[in-house]
Every structure is written in structure tokens, then in C-alpha cells.
Write a new protein. Structure first.
Length: 328
């Protein structure tokens, strides 16, 4: 069931005209879900002002990822996770273990999308290309999209969904109508999380740690990262007790440390923390130390997916965090 804040935004966007939309905002607000809902409504045989009918053959084809007039342009890793079919050549290369699934949107995939854009639509309702996360396009891939985005053939529409729109080429952003994702209020987000099967205390804890972003909160709760060790690990890290820090992946550890750094910054300048309760935080070090730590964490996110030893990498970032928290 679609979240109510997504339903409201869908209804608003369907009343507006445009061939290219950029749905932007931080993760966990439903950009991809809204993008798919828009595509489904545009292609629906019996659309309503609120969206697709959900029962026609077009809606079914979108649901099972086989619609001839819809093209999903995603990184291969995400396509595999979500069950979207890969291009035959890419699937063969992965099956033969010639390479690993790409975490970027490859130029070959973009060329397939451009070729799709030039074809005649099959069902008479136009065509839609959904790009997510749009920031996973490198400059070569983005430039390949630019011409088609500027001069779409026939009744062709684009939805670019992004969690880091500032990373997109300015020329891409300038050719799209921009919609900034709306944040749900806490009561609405908690009700939705409980409808997904979370107990009320778990929903509240996960939403708080996710900074109010419900989809991120749901993923964190389902993987056990939303509540496990939440209350005591920041102070334990300051003491040098790594056994109390949840056993996250290196990427998950970096995200958690960035949230901790953010909240310590807030407390240091007299503001309220966002991700933790104030009593869960150790005493903040100097602003200079926190600023340097924040920059170091951002640099580490650029290489965290490299084939390092996960255990050693996790220990290294925790050591750095412990060192900073001792600089009182």
C-alpha cells in the first residue's frame, strides 16, 4: 500500500504538465516509489486523478516489470535486488562471471534507454523512462541522456529520482521540472511503519535514528540496525568499547558515525540532536575536531565499497571515532 504522503504528491504532480521530472530529496522519502507511481499512472488505460487504476493490463505489466513502454534505468546491483530484468548482454556477462554487477548506471544501459526512446510506443499511451538513483550516472552516461532529455521523440516522458541531486550535471537539472519530496509528519510516519508490521516502540526508535525518514527507518528496523545497541554504543565508543557497537558493515558503520558526528555538532552549538537522545551522547569534543572528523568520514564514503578487508576497515573507522571523542 502506498504511503499517504506519496499519494498526496502523486495527485499533485498528475495535475501538472511536463515531459521530464526530477524528484529530489534525501533517502527514505520515497522518490523511486513516487517515480514508478507516476509512470504507472501515465501508462494506465483507465487513469484517475489520484493515479493508476491498478487493475488494467498496463498496470499489471508495470507491476511485473514487463511493460513494453516503460524503461527502468537503474544500476545493475539495484536491478538484481529489485527483480528487474537485465539486458540480455549484461545478464550473459554476469552469468559467465566476466564481471560483477555495476553500482553505476552503465553507458551500455543508457544507450539501450536512448534506443528505447526512439521507438514507437506499443500501447498508444506514450513511453516513460525512470532513472534511479539519477546521481549514479557518471558524466559520460549523463551526457548520453542529455540530447534525448532535451528533445524527446513523440510522447516520451522522463522521471529522474535522486537522493543527491546536487551531484547531477547542471544541464540535466535545467531540463527537468523539479519536485522536492515532502517530509511526512511523525504521527503519519509512525502509523505507516506500524502498518508495515513494526511494533510501536521499534517504529519510534527506528524513525528517530533515521532522522524522520520512514523508508530508511523501515529498512533499518528490518535488518536489525534500527534499534540494536542504539542506546549505549556512542558512549561505549568514546570509552573504547567496540563490543557494544552494532556489527554493521563498513558502509553502515560510516553512516552511523556520520549521524553521531552530526548530533555532536548540534549539541556543541546548543542545538537539539536529530538522530539520538541527548542522554545517549558522549560529551562533544571541540568544533574543530568534529569538523575534521566529518570531512574524514565523507572522504571515507568514497572508497568504502572498495575490496578492503571489511573487519580491518570497520576497526579503522571506529579507532578514528574513538580518537576524536577523546579530544575533550
Amino acid at each position: 500500500m502506498m504511503a499517504p504522503w506519496i499519494e498526496r504528491q502523486l495527485s499533485q504532480l498528475l495535475q501538472r504538465q511536463g515531459h521530464a521530472w526530477l524528484l529530489q530529496g534525501p533517502s527514505g522519502l520515497g522518490q523511486f516509489e513516487l517515480g514508478l507511481a507516476l509512470a504507472k499512472a501515465w501508462l494506465c488505460e483507465q487513469p484517475t486523478p489520484q493515479g493508476a487504476c491498478g487493475t488494467c493490463s498496463s498496470c499489471h505489466a508495470v507491476e511485473v516489470h514487463t511493460h513494453a513502454d516503460m524503461h527502468a534505468l537503474l544500476p545493475e546491483t539495484l536491478m538484481v535486488d529489485l527483480g528487474w530484468p537485465l539486458h540480455e548482454k549484461a545478464q550473459k556477462e554476469l552469468d559467465e562471471k566476466k564481471r560483477k554487477p555495476s553500482k553505476e548506471i552503465r553507458i551500455d544501459a543508457m544507450r539501450d534507454a536512448v534506443e528505447f526512446a526512439q521507438r514507437t510506443d506499443a500501447r498508444g499511451r506514450g513511453k516513460v523512462v525512470v532513472v534511479y538513483p539519477a546521481e549514479r550516472m557518471n558524466h559520460v552516461t549523463a551526457n548520453a541522456l542529455l540530447k534525448t532529455l532535451e528533445e524527446p521523440a513523440g510522447k516520451l516522458r522522463f522521471v529522474l529520482a535522486s537522493e543527491a541531486a546536487h551531484q547531477l550535471l547542471p544541464t540535466i537539472r535545467s531540463r527537468c521540472q523539479v519536485h522536492t519530496m515532502a517530509w511526512p509528519d511523525t504521527t503519519e510516519a509512525l502509523a505507516w511503519l506500524q502498518a508495515q508490521g513494526l511494533a510501536a516502540p521499534d517504529a519510534q526508535a527506528a524513525l528517530h535514528l533515521a532522522g524522520g525518514r520512514p523508508e530508511d527507518a523501515l529498512v533499518a528496523a528490518q535488518t536489525g540496525e534500527g534499534t540494536r545497541g542504539r542506546a549505549d554504543w556512542p558512549k561505549a565508543l568514546a570509552r573504547g568499547d567496540y563490543t557494544s557497537v552494532p556489527d554493521w558493515t563498513p558502509a553502515g558503520t560510516l553512516v552511523a558515525l556520520q549521524k553521531l558526528c552530526h548530533d555532536l555538532h548540534a549539541v556543541a552549538v546548543g542545538a537539539a540532536p536529530r538522530f539520538f537522545d541527548a542522554e545517549q551522547l558522549p560529551r562533544p569534543p571541540s568544533l574543530a575536531a568534529l569538523s575534521a572528523w566529518g570531512k574524514a568520514l565523507r572522504r571515507q564514503t568514497l572508497t568504502v565499497e572498495h575490496p578492503f578487508n571489511p573487519g580491518l576497515l570497520r576497526e579503522a573507522v571506529l579507532d578514528e571515532g574513538h580518537r576524536v571523542l577523546r579530544l575533550l
